[in-house]
Design a protein around this ligand. Sequence first.
Ligand code: UD1
Length: 368
Amino acid sequence: MDKIVHVVGARPNFMKVAPVIEAMAAEAEAQGRSLKQILVHTGQHYSPEMSTLFFDELGLPVPDINLEIGSGSHGPQTGRIMEAFEQVLFDEKPDAVLVVGDVNSTIACALDAKKLGIEVIHVEAGLRSGDLGMPEEINRILTDSISDKLFITEPSAEHNLAKEGVPASRVHFVGNVMIDSLLKHRDAALARSTLDQFPVSAGEYLLVTLHRPSNVDNEKTLGQLVDAIIEAAKALPVLMPLHPRTAANLERFGLKDKLVSDRITITEPQGYLDFMHLTANARAVLTDSGGIQEETTILGVPCITARENTERPVTISCGTNQLVESNWSAIGPALKGVLARDGSSNGKSVPEFWDGSAARRIAKILLK
Ligand code: UD1
């Protein structure tokens, strides 16, 4: 391989691609061979706090190409990415395209590459929630079905891919590149003074992040979650960085004012290092994110996930994660259980290969 295109599009992609680019450059240099790496940002996320902020913090190169696609419903957004990215492939003629995760940019660019006969590499393959109501689950299944090399983070992925008939020879268990980024930047994140901006103290707040369409696009469910946050705040002050999707829906459903309280702090989406600081110092986290289930597992912070399923079961078997329904009857007992436990007993063990070297393993396989 002489030339590879890496794709990023949305916030959770940046911390996955950064270690891969770095490891591939190091491996090529160690082998004394030339490798051209091109970074394409589809522009699915574009607000500074959802995008540019992460580049500096993660040491990601400035994208060589930004397709500036922006927001939209699934069809137009995926279609616009496909149209623009195909032109990139015509111009650049790479040997391979590497996509990460499960966002619309992932499937759009994988599909373009595959149809042009370009090798498709999927990092964080094989995760399955079993819930086709999630847009990400559709993106995962389709991307994996056309990928030539599939890099997986946990044993469940091997099983899922085998069930779908993906040949084992394409699948490589390498660990978790998101955790590579976390371990690399953990000390810098901990050294920040992020908490000084907020009226909460280390180890004494509940960090809340919600953005899944199944939780925040539905008025009744979002209303139940707002009620749960108000109840939770009676036990523990709440700090809630607000995703733009959630902010818009709180406004639309007239729920925003209900959260006004001196026990609840609502703030903008945070950069990578600040968010890691806030996660590491939280007493517990209430979330519906995929990545945060993994990060809390490594940081040993109890994670209450407001979802019916998870595509990351190792965060439950090894980590600090538990699934609950999106209402106070389920969240309340989970939070009480967490508060009753001594924080030092959080987390059972570290999942295999979540050791900071996943990207190095990927680079070695790709540049063999
Ligand atoms: C997308 C991903 C999801 C991922 C999440 C992380 C898909 C299908 N979904 O969902 O898997 O967990 O990113 O955030 O790819 N907006 C801004 N600024 C931005 C981006 C979005 O204000 O930079 C607003 C827009 O109003 C947009 C809304 O947020 O309509 C939702 O953004 P979108 O990219 O459609 O989906 P996410 O919910 O962010």
